[in-house]
Design a binder for this molecule. Sequence first.
Ligand code: NAD
Ligand code: GLY
Length: 371
Amino acid sequence: MTGPVSVPVELGERRYEILVGSGLLAEAGAHIGPLMRQKQAIIVTDETVAAHYLATLQAALQAAGIEHRSIVLAPGEQAKDFAHFQKLIEDLLDAGIERGTTLIGLGGGVIGDLTGFAAAVLLRGIDFVQVPTTLLAQVDSAVGGKTGINTRHGKNLVGAFHQPRMVLADIDALGTLSRREFLAGYAEVVKYGLIGDAGFFDWLEGHANAICEGDIAARQETVVTSCKAKAAIVAADERESGPRALLNLGHTFGHALEAAAGYGPDLLHGEAVAIGMVMAFDLSVRLGLCPADDAARVRRHILSVGLPVDVRTLEAAGLNAEALISHMGHDKKVRDGKVTFVLARGIGEAFISTDVETAAVEELLANALAA
Ligand code: NAD
Ligand code: GLY
């Protein structure tokens, strides 16, 4: 692949482009400028990302004649609580935003979710642009308009659907991510293959090494294919009344594991999703829906890149099947007391199920914890 690739998200009047390529940060003003109501922007970022990329983005806005200010937050998930959100809103109002001001979220999913939610509620809604700098944000969180913050009741329970005006995914930014953060995003990449694109999963098996070692063309192809998959699902079901729930493959188990692990640094979201996807395939085999060979292949690939596949990784946290099932009961994906699972008939053949017997899940978890 050469040059940037544009992936459209077809949402009628709210249609936008995801631009994926190398060197895009330095050209950001030229891409964002034409979409702006006023040539006025406020960048929201975190200290880690700012140290690497803020100056480049500021220079790019300057070059395009866009007036700009920056707000730099401390990195980490704690920025997504009410107190930090309130401070951000006050700081944005202090900065003198107007209806035509564009917010630019420069960072990972935390910055994107926070900036997007601020844009959704400030002056009853202003424009924002996502400039994702983690793999997870480029392939997942920056696309699709889910924005929000956490409460003591759980993650992302307060938020809004608010689509960005553009997503600018500069592949070069992935070069400064730690391997662990990169792999956490890779789990979400694998998810797209498992949901509906067996050919992409094949391709990932052959290219994982190049992708993880930093090959720019392979990384661009990875982000483009993932964004196309997510864009198609979001265009079909923006508000998650149906097929968008497929994006939760591995998340029912994953969220329960994250909750049990206390959402701390011991288990990143993508790592929990990796274990969760393996468990979803194992459950599908147990229910007689999926060939055992497919589940084994999923486990092998996830393990081969260095992601966890085993729930026992968390044994120290005192996990048991009952506690995990109880965490699943608190998940957003519960309807009429039944947990929604994404199961699979094979690689690339995921489907949504609302009638899984709790006993089957308990058995799977008990086996996984005892293995
Ligand atoms: P993150 O935003 O916390 O970023 C991870 C770490 O990497 C941070 O410390 C950050 O400072 C650092 N970082 C970011 N870019 C970097 C770079 N290029 N080089 C070096 N360091 C860099 O975490 P994340 O994994 O990107 O996002 C997780 C968040 O995304 C969670 O809050 C989750 O709820 C949310 N999320 C939202 C959606 C959605 O649809 N809105 C989907 C999935 C996840
Ligand atoms: N990350 C899941 C979604 O956007 O729906």
